[in-house]
Design a protein around this ligand. Structure first.
Ligand SMILES: [Zn+2]
Length: 332
């Protein structure tokens, strides 16, 4: 099977390996999955596999040694392009997509395919999506489009129906811990497991947080958020969101961690034992203080907020919404 080095996600890898083995790709593949689950990494490996010509050293593609693979690894293959909008780092303007379309129509230079990678497709506004749709409706035979986004529902249904969607998820501790131990030999297994749980197995987020040595900061903000939920007065939530505003890079990790605390509180409330979160005391308090219905509403509120985050909502507006949604879900 190809993509052995990519952790977990066996089903997705099998699906993609079948395309590689047969040398037959759909015109467009969408990789969906949460932040940090490895969508971009896998998309790049897939692009490489699609134009790899194979070698005697390896039966799998990408072989890593053919001329195409060497150029791809260096990020210098003329037939693999990452779509960007030079004028707008956050979204893709319709002009950028039109420009991309021109390039996509051109026959490949060296390989038998031209691969276009478009990351974070949720950042395409409706008119950009419609511009993209025009090429997906009538793609040249040489084209392979690889899109990524967190959830297919972020895209127009007309786009969804023209791509093959492959879902990725976080990986289990059994799959990830040996790898993480290699990366961080000085950190205990317990701490690594805690970090992995905090980010629901999304290795990318774990690596980023660990590399920056920021794990304890994220953990602290999760505990503070859970504490603020225990105390129903708005002032505590406001203080917490003010801290989040200063540490905006950690918001995704904090939201995920907080969701796990509430999930634990729900389990505890139902008489269960599962303890996934990094704020066990707060989970206990929440389970005593709120009904299952309230906790469920709070979890739904966080999931809603995570979608809002992925759509690049303005930060101040987001934090106001965060405060309001959490309060109203808990009936405070
Ligand atoms: Zn190769």
């Amino acid at each position: 099977m190809s993509f052995e080095a990519f952790l977990g996600n066996a089903t997705a890898k099998e699906q993609l390996s079948a395309f590689v083995a047969e040398g037959r790709f759909p015109h467009a593949i969408l990789l969906e999955g949460p932040v940090g689950c490895g969508k971009k990494t896998l998309a790049k490996q897939l692009a490489m596999a699609a134009i790899c010509e194979g070698s005697l050293l390896s039966e799998d593609k990408p072989c890593g040694t053919c001329a195409h693979c060497i150029k791809s690894t260096a990020g210098a293959h003329p037939d693999i392009q990452i779509v960007t909008d030079p004028q707008d780092k956050k979204t893709y303007r319709v002009d950028a997509i039109r420009e991309m379309r021109e390039k996509a129509l051109m026959v490949p230079n060296e390989a038998d395919k031209r691969v276009m990678l478009l990351f974070d497709a949720q950042n395409l506004n409706p008119s950009s999506q419609n511009a993209l749709l025009r090429i997906l409706e009538d793609p040249p035979t040489h084209l392979l489009f690889i899109l990524t986004c967190e959830n297919r529902s972020q895209l127009l249904s007309t786009i969804q129906s023209r791509v093959i969607t492959i879902s990725l998820s976080g990986v289990s501790a059994a799959e990830a811990i040996p790898y993480l131990k290699e990366q961080f030999p000085d950190i205990s297994e317990e701490e690594l497991t805690a970090a992995l749980t905090m980010f629901d197995g999304c290795i990318g987020q774990v690596l980023e947080t660990m590399k920056e040595g920021e794990l304890s900061k994220v953990q602290e903000l999760i505990v503070k958020g859970a504490d603020a939920l225990v105390k129903p007065e708005e002032i505590h939530l406001l203080r917490w969101t003010a801290e989040l505003e200063k540490e905006k890079d950690f918001i995704d990790g904090v939201l995920n961690g907080l969701r796990l605390v509430i999930r634990d509180a729900l389990t505890l409330g139902a008489g269960g034992q599962t303890q996934l979160s990094s704020a066990k005391e707060q989970a206990k308090k929440l389970s005593r203080q709120y009904t299952g219905k309230q906790l469920m509403a709070a979890m739904e509120a966080i999931e809603y907020l995570q979608v809002a985050r992925s759509r690049n909502m303005n930060l101040t507006l987001f934090l106001t919404l965060l405060c309001g949604k959490l309060r109203s879900s808990l009936g405070a």
